[in-house]
Design a protein around this ligand. Structure first.
Ligand code: PLP
Length: 364
């Protein structure tokens, strides 16, 4: 869809892309200043593969302050984005044929990364009617003697669903009972509009690997800083893999991350981006429902997942029609395992969202 959209743009046609997986705000100035200071001070050399100790100490404080989790710096590894950290994790823990439970609709990199490590994704579906919240019994039924891990992502990309704490608690208890890893991807933790974030690492610390990053919270997608915390032997295996691949993420981006995590200005940045996303979500989800594209009101992240069957029952075809006839680019739900749905990101200007609704009204 993106390639088609770029093609249309090259021909001078105005297309509205609702495909962004990143905040449309700029990285806060104090974070950029911290990176410049690190450069000026010559902090431009190799760092330890797990990341600089100062950052791992700041992350241990972050986990305690924001999530109530007790991790020591040697239980934390810093990687090239949440994606880089997840890649290292699956390479570290999976043997060929090991199964990983993935709760659909899911972020497509999960299944791809599991397969790259010769693992087998086992998909558990959830429906729009349940708000894309999985059923604990369905998840329990998917556990087998080959289950090595389960990935939980709340708030979720692509659905924006925020799982209730009791479900997260149940999933953590399931992992502990059967002895598999619960990979908790908490990258959207600060973008919650209703409900509260809950870290399953509080329930089963010995089985949970908590994954996070600065991309979405601090509008730092291009800086490529993510991190994971969990049992020491898993974290150190992940760091070994990183040490023989990318070595470590960029030195001055690590120093800047300390400022993102600990500067008081970051709090007001998070507040204002959350308020902007919330306003856009309310406007856009309401607009889509009024158009006749049934859409849940997601409680977190910056995506909505309308049902687009009225345009075409095949979501791929519906996305093509939206592009060709309305000049609106969306991501079909096919790869997320969300038939009949598309993902739309509202991490774009209010003006773009208004225009997108006007254009979609014409084709619906
Ligand atoms: C659910 C989820 N996890 C992890 C990531 C990885 O983010 P990054 O590698 O930029 O830190 C993303 C990015 O889109 C995501 O949506």
């Amino acid at each position: 869809m993106n390639a088609k959209a770029l093609d249309l743009r090259r021909q001078g046609i105005d297309v509205i892309a609702l495909t962004a997986g990143e905040p449309d705000f700029d990285t806060p100035q104090h974070v950029k200043d911290a990176a410049c200071r690190a450069l000026a001070e010559g902090k431009t050399k190799y760092t330890p593969p797990a990341g600089i100790p100062e950052l791992r100490e700041a992350l241990a404080r972050k986990f305690k302050r924001e999530n109530g989790l007790d991790y020591q710096p040697d239980q934390i590894t810093v990687g090239a984005g949440g994606k880089g950290v997840l890649y290292n994790l699956f390479q570290a823990v999976l043997d060929p044929g090991d199964e990983v439970i993935i709760l659909a609709p899911f972020w497509v990199s999960y299944s791809a990364q599991v397969e790259l490590a010769a693992g087998v994704p086992v998909i558990v579906r959830s429906s729009a009617e349940s708000g894309f919240i999985p059923d604990l019994e369905d998840v329990a039924a998917a556990v087998s003697p080959r289950t090595k891990a389960m990935i939980v992502n709340s708030p979720s990309n692509p659905t924006g669903a925020v799982y209730p704490p009791e479900l997260l608690r149940g999933l953590a208890e399931l992992a502990a009972k059967h002895g598999f890893f619960l990979v908790s991807d908490e990258i959207y933790e600060h973008l919650i509009y209703e409900g509260e974030h809950f870290s399953p690492g509080l329930v089963a610390p010995e089985w949970t690997i908590t994954v996070n990053g600065v991309a979405k919270t601090y509008a730092m997608t291009g800086w490529r800083i993510g991190y994971a915390a969990g049992p020491k032997e898993i974290i150190s295996a992940m760091t070994k893999i990183q040490g023989q691949s990318v070595t470590h993420p960029t030195s001055f981006a690590q120093w800047a991350t300390i400022s993102a995590l600990e500067s008081p200005e970051s709090l007001s940045f998070i507040e204002s981006s959350r308020a902007a996303f919330r306003r856009r979500r309310d406007f856009f989800a309401k607009g889509l429902n009024e158009l006749g594209l049934p859409t849940n009101l997601p409680h977190g992240a910056f995506y909505v997942m309308p049902n687009v069957s009225v345009i075409d029952p095949d979501e791929l075809k519906a996305a093509e029609i939206m592009l060709e006839e309305a000049r609106v680019v969306v991501v079909p739900g096919t790869d997320f395992v969300a038939p009949g749905h598309v993902r739309m990101s509202y991490a774009t200007s209010d003006e773009n969202l208004e225009k997108a609704l006007e254009r979609l009204a014409k084709i619906v």
